[in-house]
Design a protein around this ligand. Structure first.
Ligand SMILES: C[S@@+](CC[C@H](N)C(=O)[O-])C[C@H]1O[C@@H](n2cnc3c(N)ncnc32)[C@H](O)[C@@H]1O
Length: 207
């Protein structure tokens, strides 16, 4: 994403975080416990919501400027249990079955290869482990908006660090072999209309 995008990310997202994202992050992470991996952790917008039951939290983030911001945001309650690593979702440096939970928020829109990333998520999750996701997606409920998403995606990708507007991420999640247990669709209030359609929920690796 680079220094500029890392610097403007939080101010750019502030209204949406206040309007809905912080509430959604808190609800999604409320019962997270054990060994947890967050991919594309960004500036650490989810960090405040990890419960004390988390034993180990690995924050994988390939962008150096994002990692610098992340390091400054580790909550005092988690110090000593958090590790920040330089790693893309497509190549996770962990053995199979290493984590109880993987968290992905607003990341599967950006990774160059979502199928490879989800294959890695499935590999590192223990049997019965959960992927917790919160993503913006193609607006299939609004054909007018979907047309604009499709038209503007090439430009948007260049301006927004590789972010795609028309991915159907819930389909990619199930195609990877994860079982959807919870799926909520909502409009991300205060977000740009191009990124407003969102999905969030839980998908489980079969035992
Ligand atoms: C839109 S930001 C979301 C940040 C954070 N997860 C959040 O919820 O605010 C997308 C993040 O994905 C990261 N990213 C880009 N390519 C990636 C990849 N191949 N694997 C994992 N993360 C990636 C970016 O560096 C950036 O931090």
């Amino acid at each position: 994403m680079g220094r500029l995008l890392a610097a403007i990310y939080d101010p750019f997202m502030a209204a949406t975080e206040r309007a809905c994202l912080q509430q959604w992050r808190a609800a999604l992470l409320a019962d997270v416990a054990g060994r947890v991996l967050e991919i594309g952790a960004g500036t650490g917008q989810s960090l405040a919501h990890y419960p004390a039951a988390v034993q180990r939290l690995v924050l994988a983030e390939p962008d150096r400027s994002m990692r610098a911001r992340l390091a400054k945001r580790i909550p005092a309650a988690l110090v000593g249990r958090v590790e920040i690593i330089d790693s893309p979702g497509e190549h996770l440096p962990f053995a199979a079955d290493s984590f109880d939970v993987v968290v992905s928020s607003l990341v599967l829109c950006t990774v160059p290869d979502p199928e490879a990333t989800l294959a890695e998520v499935v590999r590192v999750l223990a049997p019965g482990g959960r992927l917790i996701f919160l993503e913006h997606v193609a607006d299939d409920e609004r054909p007018d908006r979907l047309r604009w998403q499709t038209r503007l995606e090439p430009l948007w990708k260049r301006l927004a660090g590789g972010c795609h507007l028309t991915r159907r991420t819930h389909e990619t999640i199930t195609a990877a072999g994860l079982q959807l247990e919870q799926l909520e669709r909502a409009s991300m209030r205060k977000a740009n209309p191009l990124t407003r359609r969102s999905i969030r929920g839980v998908a489980r690796k079969p035992s």
